[in-house]
Design a protein around this ligand. Structure first.
Ligand SMILES: [Zn+2]
Length: 96
């Protein structure tokens, strides 16, 4: 019996078919945003490093995720215009 283990990104939600498709198609079209791997949780000022698959998604479709993980807090918090995260070294909100 083969079990299909759920692949989970180190710091994100499970990898879904949509996720994989988005990465494949998004790359073909070329991304409008730079690839960024580090963001700051404004509430605690700590930096969390993203896994490459998630950085990909943010680059291709910034609004894909509603929350982001803070490694220090150990929990997910909102992203977007009123979210709690900015890309490291910028004032640009994650997810916008
Ligand atoms: Zn935090």
């Amino acid at each position: 019996m083969t079990e299909n283990p759920k692949v989970t990104l180190a710091d994100g939600p499970p990898v879904t078919p949509e996720h994989c498709e988005l990465r494949a198609n998004g790359r073909k079209k070329g991304s409008a945003r730079p690839l960024r791997y580090r963001y700051v949780h404004e509430k605690c000022s700590s930096v969390t490093t993203l896994g490459a698959p998630i950085a990909d998604i943010y680059s291709i479709r910034p609004g894909f995720y509603r929350t982001a993980f803070c490694a220090r807090c150990g929990a997910h918090f909102p992203v977007g215009e009123r979210g709690e995260f900015v890309w490291e070294g910028t004032s640009e909100k994650v997810g916008t």
